[in-house]
Design a protein around this ligand. Sequence first.
Ligand code: NAP
Length: 312
Amino acid sequence: MSYPVLIAAELKGLLEPDQFAGLDVTWLPTDRPIGKGDWVAIVPLLSRWVGGTELKHLPKLRIVANCAVGYDNVDVVAAEMRKVIVTNTPDVLTDATADLTWTLILACARRIVEAIDLVRGGQWGGWHPEQLLGLELRGRTLGLFGAGRIGQAVGRRALPFGLRIIYAARTPKPEFERDTGAVRVDWARLLDESDILSLHAPSTPETKGMVNRDTLVRMKPGAILVNTARGDLIREEALAIALEQGRLGAAGLDVYTDEPAIHARLRAAPRTVLLPHIGSATHDTRRKMAAIAVANVQAILKGEPPLTPVFR
Ligand code: NAP
């Protein structure tokens, strides 16, 4: 017996045939809507909204196996009401995303985009003692908003750079504090004291728009803002204005509110490092993400518990 399942077509190259044994796969390209049908599982990318209407079209659905750790693209309440399990892909992408966060921190602190432009544009006139001076990291403060898997991994990488760590999260992280000397603070103090503020909380009604005109004003002059979490944590126009006015030192972003569109003013703003949502984009990680998503489907269809449900 084989089960009819929908899998994002873009994942095909990351999966081995034995991973979808027993599944009758319909490969669904991202630009195609979910039609009505008897599929029992769906493996969507984070760019696909799976809400009440989509779930209604899939009356036999048993699982949404999201191929991402964030699941803000899934209406989890609607899924719960229909007794559809929602799973994500935690842990396997933590290192890749933490590494990319550090790529952004270093690129912002040392003005790498401006430096590359100078060289590529043929404008470099030779070594100059005051050329492209950046932010020395040692002794500065790294603020983490969200200190779960990725936030903590970013914090642990900060020690050799000599940064002091502060963090805001809903619950204390004693092991992280013991290992890194990190201090838990509230959001206001995080804004006041961070030389580098890095966002690692999910997109939720509470976190959306947390970085806005009012909160940007509270940040230290010249501070660096990094976001590898979700775009809608930041009000993009307010960020663009803070960069234009030179109040903020730099912004390193991997994620945006309305992907793949980027607010025109933000795209044009100075001192940005703008990446196309590649936090988890390594060969190893993307294969592992696809494998976990499909393994969750296989588990549910065998009557076993899901490996990585979003709610335990
Ligand atoms: P996680 O382990 O669940 O950590 C989330 C952290 O956010 C936790 O520390 C949590 O606090 C905190 N948090 C949640 N709501 C908060 C609030 N209202 N105020 C303060 N802190 C709050 O998740 P993760 O695996 O680290 O992933 C974090 C996010 O990164 C994901 O949700 C995803 O959106 C994003 N991500 C992006 C990429 C990319 O490609 N750029 C890749 C992977 C992940 P508690 O621990 O106290 O609950």
